[in-house]
Write a protein that binds this ligand. Structure first.
Ligand code: NAG
Ligand code: NAG
Ligand code: NAG
Ligand code: NAG
Length: 203
């Protein structure tokens, strides 16, 4: 297997995720086989702590997906009990488990932390905020990029020039102001990672 440059940068994280497979081979979404059994066990453990006791197999289905959003800057997006939106490099951090619900056609979705039960919202000035209750400001449009990453722009607010404001994490794992983000910029690129084991597909 060829090594990918980023792998050298964060060897522990990426050796577990085999991200390079995605970059080299294309459209294969990361599934259970890309994660260690220990990691999956720890993630499954999060469902015991999320306040409603449901496991992810039960929660996932229909218009709901349970995912982690792993940024191109190498952080898992988290939303904690204090409503802080941030990044973590711990793939088993329970605050990184997100419920992604389709709100309407055209890839409009709402993202909620399963453990904290906060929605991720963006306000008019492009600041990411945690919200207890759902509103239109919690709607994001999922954009599929050519490089196998996705970008998530506020479905309600745009910059003054009409361009999108995106969820983005800096190199230090801090959220960026929507006004400073662009679809083309790597800070706004994320890969949704599955959080549970799947039945093996026959190729
Ligand atoms: C699951 O959580 C319990 C307590 O919350 C902990 O003792 C145990 O080590 C965890 N297991 C894994 C696989 O993380
Ligand atoms: C929330 O904030 C309190 C007080 O600042 C802190 O002690 C606690 O660790 C924070 N909790 C999380 C999950 O970040
Ligand atoms: C956000 O994440 C960074 C990097 O892990 C950490 O240093 C910082 O304390 C976190 N901030 C909050 C509010 O949790
Ligand atoms: C947007 O959110 C930021 C950070 O929470 C806050 O400082 C600012 O006042 C908010 N702006 C508006 C227009 O709500």
């Amino acid at each position: 297997m060829r090594k990918w440059a980023l792998e050298k940068k964060v060897p522990n994280l990426l050796s577990g995720l085999y991200l390079h497979v995605v970059f080299l081979l294309g459209s294969v979404p990361l599934s259970h086989s890309d994660r260690t059994p220990e990691e999956l066990a720890a993630i499954r453990n999060c469902s015991k702590q999320d306040g409603n006791g449901r496991n992810y197999d039960y929660m996932e289905g229909g218009d709901v997906r349970i995912r982690q959003l792993f940024s191109r800057t190498q952080w898992f997006l988290t939303i904690d009990d204090n409503g802080s939106i941030n990044g973590t490099q711990d793939p088993t951090n329970c605050y990184s488990i997100l419920e992604i619900r389709t709100v309407s056609e055209g890839g409009i979705l709402a993202i909620k932390g399963v453990k904290s039960q906060f929605y991720i919202s963006m306000n008019r000035t492009g600041a990411l905020q945690a919200k207890r209750s759902y509103s239109e400001s919690c709607n994001f449009k999922e954009v599929f990029l050519e490089n196998y990453f996705n970008a998530y722009s506020s479905a309600k607010w745009t910059k003054q020039n009409g361009k999108g404001m995106f969820i983005a994490l800096s190199q230090k794992g801090r959220p960026l102001r929507g006004r400073k983000t662009r679809k083309e910029n790597f800070h706004s690129h994320f890969i949704p990672l599955k959080c549970r084991e799947e039945e093996k597909r026959v190729e």
